[in-house]
Design a binder for this molecule. Structure first.
Ligand SMILES: [Zn+2]
Length: 113
């Protein structure tokens, strides 16, 4: 049994993270800290992922331009760029989505020739 230096309550030893700790686990716990820690968990990008992100942004630019002009070439370029990004990130559902858009717009493009 030890006395916590924050809540001033006597608590059993397992309530302290280490033997030398003077503050009990209950006083140390902050839910907001846990939420933040959960959100940033191993979110370091590798150089390849970072390059993929830039290509992805470029692709989104093409897609936005394509949606305003209905130009198949812009769509094809946009879907290709975003496809590279989502493939690097291994987000396979989005890979399928981008492939679908790429094939559909390629067919539109071929038909419009
Ligand atoms: Zn305490």
């Amino acid at each position: 049994m030890k006395k916590c230096n924050v809540c001033k309550q006597k608590r059993s030893d397992w309530m302290f993270k280490t033997y030398k700790k003077k503050t009990c686990r209950k006083c140390e716990y902050r839910w907001w800290r846990n939420v933040l820690r959960m959100m940033v968990r191993d979110r370091k990008l590798t150089p390849l992922e970072r390059m993929g992100t830039r290509i992805g942004y470029m692709g989104v630019g093409f897609l936005i331009a394509g949606q305003w002009t209905i130009n198949p070439v812009l769509y094809i370029m946009g879907f290709t760029c975003v496809l590279i990004q989502v493939a690097i990130r291994r987000q396979w559902n989005l890979v399928v989505l981008q492939l679908n858009g790429l094939i559909a717009w390629t067919i539109h493009f071929i038909n419009s020739l």
